[in-house]
Structure formats: structure tokens, C-alpha cells
Design a protein around this ligand. Sequence first.
Ligand SMILES: Nc1nc2c(ncn2[C@@H]2O[C@H](COP(=O)(O)OP(=O)(O)OP(=O)(O)O)[C@@H](O)[C@H]2O)c(=O)[nH]1
Ligand SMILES: [Mg+2]
Length: 302
Amino acid sequence: MTRDLEEAMAGSRRSLARTLTAIENRSITIQQALSVLGPVPQSQADTWQTLALTGAPGVGKSCLLDGLLTEWASQGLRIAVLAVDPSSPRTGGALLGDRVRMTVVDDEKLKQQIYLRSVATRKASGSVPVIVEDMTKILLSLGWERVVIETVGAGQSEVRCAALADRIVVVEGPARGDGIQAEKAGLLELADAVLVNKSDLPGAELHSDEIRESFELGIGTSPPVMLTSALHGDGIQEAANVLLNLSSSGRSTRARWRERLLAHHERKILESPKLDDLLLDLAKGSIHLDEALHLIGVLKDE
Ligand SMILES: Nc1nc2c(ncn2[C@@H]2O[C@H](COP(=O)(O)OP(=O)(O)OP(=O)(O)O)[C@@H](O)[C@H]2O)c(=O)[nH]1
Ligand SMILES: [Mg+2]
């Protein structure tokens, strides 16, 4: 494994892929990897290192990303993408590259600036947010300047993957006539920006008004809400500029830390070597929940 890590440091993409797979399978720990790769660089003042692009299946996240990556890579940035849950029922689990053609990699020059990777959530052993967090650390410590996480914005695990990122961009489609329901409001609470994609279809403008309104009426200060058409390339350049320099609002920061706190707690429990034994004891009724949490070290004596 050390050889793969060293070759990845020397720029081998195959070794990088193998390293990420080892992280995915939990056959190496992040501590072991970083002991060879060196520490994860800290982010500069107000610039983000990680950005999540999240939203319902099929809203156009991958198509948008293709456009955004083209803009960012043209500016010389080195960007890695982790696409989480490519096993959505809609697409039957094809890999990132097969689902939507990422045209950015057709350009010989831009291709060098981009690294694309799917996270196979079905095969993943352990908590997906933990795996995504560790993979992100590997990429950053190998000198990828920005990591974009594409994840469906439904379900706790996906939302927690998004919450790992320094910034969250929620992607929406045109209005479907059902307004903003509770689940959507929960996701919007995490948003540092909203892209209403498919602006070439009717209802996109209406939906961006609905979103701004729902922020004003309850969620808090509205972040930038922008219209895009990934299909026609409308609004992509503007969105790329705004997103690259996006700052985080107090509202989204708090919401994100809440998710991270919960994810961290879960990580401690899932990674405890005592977990299997404790589950048996809990099932037998020989210990209580509080005792189990004590033994894992999540609960401390007051
Ligand atoms: N009309 C229109 N269609 C679009 C636009 N952007 C994407 N699409 C189409 O929407 C479909 C889904 O696009 P994807 O980029 O795969 O969507 P996604 O959000 O990544 O989907 P999942 O990864 O499965 O969650 C594709 O058929 C795209 O061609 C757009 O701006 N306008
Ligand atoms: Mg996609």
C-alpha cells in the first residue's frame, strides 16, 4: 500500500484510484494514509476547499458540474470530484462517466486539471459520510485544490455527505406546483447558494421566486439564487464565478455543524472495535444503551 501512496504522490492516477478504493474498503485507515502523504493542507481564509452539489435525482447536477468544471479548470484550478451514490434506482448504478458524458475530459489540457471518481455506496462497508470525508482528505493532501462532492439531497446519509463540505450548493429544477415542503426546506437551510437549473423549461423563474420567498418567510437570509441551463450553457459562467468565491452564511454554517456533530458521533460508534460485542450484549439485554455508549467512549461520566 505504501507503494501506491508514494506513486499517487508522484502523480499516478492509477495509484490514486487504488488508494481511494482501499479507503472505500476500509483496508487502510486515513491515519495510515496520511502518515505517508503528509497532513491535509488548511484552507485559505475565506476560500473553500470542498463544495457539495446536492439536489434531487435528475435535476442536472452532473451536467452542471461539467460546465462548472470547464470554467474552473480553464482558470487553472485542479479539481477532484467525488460522485456519491451513483447507484440511484434511476440509473441502475452506472459509473459517473457512463451516466452523463463529462465533456470536460474530452479536452486534453483541461483533462489534466480534473479527477473524477464515484463512491460506490452499495459496496461501501461502513458509514458513507466517513468514507467520503476520508477520500476528500486524501485528495486534498495530494494537492487537488478543490474537491466537489456530488450527492443526491435526500436521505440522512446523503445530507451528511453534503454537510462535510465547506460550502453547499442546492440544485433545483423548475416549479412543479407543490411549493416548498418541509424536506426541501431542511435542505435549503444548508444552502450557501441555490441553482435553479433547466431554466430553458417553464416554471424555473417561478421556482426561484418561491425559493427566495421561503427564505424570507422562515429559513433566514436568502443566499444567491441563480438560474442556469446546463443543457444550453446559460448562466454557467456567472454561476461558476459566484460559486468559486462563495462565502458561507451563519445560518448554513450552524446547520452544517449540526450535521457534522451527528456524523462524528455516528463515526465513533461505527468504528468502535467493541461494537459487535456491545450489540450482542444489548440484544441479550445484559447492558443498557447508556452503558454501551459509555463503553464506546461517546458518553463520559459527569
Ligand atoms: N431541459 C434541460 N435538461 C437538462 C438540463 N440539465 C440537465 N438536463 C437533463 O437532465 C437529465 C439528468 O441530468 P443529470 O446531470 O444526470 O442529473 P443529476 O442531478 O446529476 O442526476 P443524478 O446524478 O442521477 O442524481 C439529463 O437527461 C440531462 O440531459 C437543463 O438545463 N435543461
Ligand atoms: Mg449526477
